[in-house]
Design a binder for this molecule. Structure first.
Ligand SMILES: CC(C)=CCC/C(C)=C/CC/C(C)=C/CC/C(C)=C/COP(=O)(O)OP(=O)(O)O
Ligand SMILES: O=C(O)Cc1cc(O)ccc1O
Length: 400
């Protein structure tokens, strides 16, 4: 038996209490809450349902990190199969909005928002490369763009959702706050969501009738499925090289070429011309996709090792992979700056050179100050990489 008491007053006044309250909705399947009439809460953690005592502790640290805890004691002698019973005093969050906001919050986490933003921005940016004059930004263009973005986002949700369905056990270790790993979603709910989103994506692609859009969705579906599903010859994520190639094929090749062709040939009915900015975007995103593929596994070595995922971080060590990623991006920024210098347009030259120089120095100064022993620091650096990815898509339409 364990006890963990939280003073109700400190729950309300502690800094970050709003964020903490949001986290109060998150309850993995191995946790249950009982309340008595006096507002006292017992949080039980069933260690036999998968997590080790350490995972339970990590979960409690995360869940209550914004609370001032007046007393905390964890019985480290508890064995797997025993129930840990931290007692907490309640704050009363009962409100009309709680179930609505917790389902929105769970779906938000399920959709892996960093990938969603990346997909939306990349398609908008690449579509702008087909725009030749302001008069091209017409309702026809905006409708074609919106259809492409929505269909791709539906497919994005299918791909990341399917991955979570096949990674429930790994995510209990690596990412316990994802809704399938935490038990907020049952596997049946996960299957229903991914099926509906795949069907909506193909449905929209079919109705729009654009061959490049449909092929982009279909190839992403095939690669995203092969990456995750646990069937003979599949689950390509087991091999670090094949996993990286899947991400590269979609993020570097399909997004650039197919979505450009969708706007250029299907929406504008113009001949396909592969311009300098389009080739630049494809080359640059080849670097970025490899970096995302390598970097996303750096914080996850614990679970990947247990479940036999031979990521580069598991094989080579976190530090080597980290500096390889930083090096690859710095090379990409160097090439972009050289390309900017050779541009014939003065405004494009200045923006390309200055923009990439700023991004390269942000990356370098953050890399030099990171603590590679901290999972939180590595995860937040990974999010910096995604922000640099978004910034690149803001610069790409300016490269001429
Ligand atoms: C439809 C279009 C054009 C784009 C979709 C955009 C996406 C999702 C592109 C990625 C393509 C792809 C094949 C991704 C598979 C990658 C994936 C699901 C990675 C998850 O990696 P894990 O390491 O298994 O999971 P965690 O990060 O959750 O641990
Ligand atoms: O989208 C991607 O390019 C790859 C990816 C990265 C990640 O951190 C989670 C899911 C995912 O598909």
């Amino acid at each position: 038996m364990d006890s963990l008491r939280l003073r109700p007053s400190s729950l309300r006044s502690a800094p970050g209490a709003a964020a903490a309250r949001r986290r109060d909705h998150i309850l993995p399947s191995f946790c249950s809450i009982q309340r008595n009439g006096k507002g006292r809460v017992t949080l039980s953690i069933q260690a036999s349902k998968g997590p080790t005592i350490n995972h339970c502790k990590k979960f409690l640290d995360w869940k209550y990190s914004n609370h001032r805890i007046s007393h905390q004691s964890i019985n480290t002698s508890a064995k797997a199969g025993q129930s840990l019973q931290p007692e907490t005093e309640a704050h009363d969050p009962a409100s009309f909005w709680k179930p609505i906001s917790s389902s929105l919050d769970a779906f938000y986490r399920f959709s892996r928002p960093h990938t969603i933003i990346g997909t939306a921005l990349s398609i908008v940016s690449v579509s702008l490369l087909a725009v030749e004059s302001l008069s091209d930004i017409s309702p026809l263009f905006l409708t074609g763009l919106l259809e492409a973005v929505v269909a791709a986002l539906f497919m994005n949700i299918y791909i990341v959702g399917l991955n979570q369905l096949f990674d429930i056990e790994i995510d209990k270790v690596n990412k316990p706050t994802l809704p399938l790993a935490s038990g907020e979603y049952s596997p049946a709910t996960g299957v229903a969501i991914v099926s509906v989103f795949a069907a909506m994506s193909f449905g929209l692609g079919w109705v729009v009738g654009s061959p490049p859009l449909f092929w982009a969705l279909f190839i992403s579906f095939v690669l995203g499925t092969a990456y995750s599903v646990n069937l003979p010859y599949f689950r390509w994520k087991r091999s670090a090289v094949v996993a990286a190639l899947c991400i590269l094929a979609v993020r570097a090749v399909i997004v650039q070429l197919a979505f450009f062709l969708h706007i250029q040939t299907f929406v504008f009915r113009r001949p396909a011309v592969f311009s300098k900015p389009l080739i630049f975007a494809t080359a640059f995103m080849t670097f970025f996709s490899v970096v995302i593929a390598l970097f996303k596994d750096i914080p996850d070595i614990e679970g990947d090792r247990i479940f036999g995922i031979q990521s580069f971080s598991v094989r080579l060590g976190q530090s080597k992979v980290f500096w390889t990623c930083v090096g690859l991006l710095e090379v990409a920024y160097g090439v972009a700056i050289l390309m900017g210098v050779t541009s014939s347009s003065l405004w494009s030259k200045s923006l390309t050179v200055v923009g990439h120089a700023i991004l390269a120095s942000i990356l370098w100064s953050s890399a030099r100050s990171i603590d590679l022993t901290s999972k939180a620091a590595i995860t937040s650096f990974y999010m910096l990489i995604w922000r640099l990815f978004y910034a690149e898509y803001l610069l790409i339409p300016l490269v001429r």
